[in-house]
Design a protein around this ligand. Structure first.
Ligand SMILES: [Fe+2]
Length: 188
């Protein structure tokens, strides 16, 4: 099931950026790192663009539609996950605004930015965990091989795997890794 592999890979990539964002927040709070606004902006761009442009459309338009047809007991969960997708888009917008305010206001705004970012990280982890622990196992049980063939075909035809249509998300991910200090990245 190529589509499930793609979903897992995108969850892992977003999870890695969320974890690195938490690590940067710890470092800034503890006075270990100065805020690197280029890095913070790249991370927020990744966790905004990849879910909105690449990941959620595949789930909403193909995978969730098929699960809704085949697994009636998943309907309430699907409704919650779809509502989360809309809520996530609102939250990343607020996070971008908070970063702009943090850069303009300086250290006095850090705790506000941190609180918005930490709430977002928690929200996203909970969402990914719901899909990984509850929805995908239900889908693997309830969908048949021809359903998976249809979903795989739609995923391949309509959205490139997690690198994005021109590889831009993979490039953005590599840029983030090059800026984040060890042990999460290769930066200094
Ligand atoms: Fe997902």
């Amino acid at each position: 099931m190529r589509s499930i592999d793609i979903i897992h890979a995108e969850h892992r990539a977003c999870g890695a950026v969320l974890q690195a964002l938490g690590f940067m927040l710890d470092g800034i709070r503890d006075g270990k790192y100065k805020p690197d606004f280029e890095l913070l902006a790249a991370m927020i761009e990744y966790i905004t663009e990849v879910p909105d442009k690449l990941h959620h459309p595949k789930e909403d338009e193909y995978l969730f539609v098929k699960i809704r047809q085949r697994v009636p007991q998943a309907i309430a969960l699907l409704d919650k996950l779809i509502a989360d997708h809309a809520e996530g888009a609102r939250r990343t917008h607020a996070l971008r605004d908070a970063l702009v305010a943090y850069e303009a206001s300086g250290d006095t705004y850090f705790s506000t930015f941190e609180s918005i970012a930490r709430t977002y990280i928690k929200f996203s982890w909970n969402h990914i965990a719901l899909e990984e622990r509850e929805l995908l196992p239900m889908a693997e049980k309830g969908l048949n091989p021809s359903d998976w063939a249809d979903i795989d075909e739609a995923f391949e035809a309509n959205r490139d795997p997690w690198s994005g249509p021109t590889g831009e998300f993979q490039a953005l991910f590599s840029r983030i890794v090059s800026m984040v200090p060890a042990p999460y990245g290769l930066g200094s």
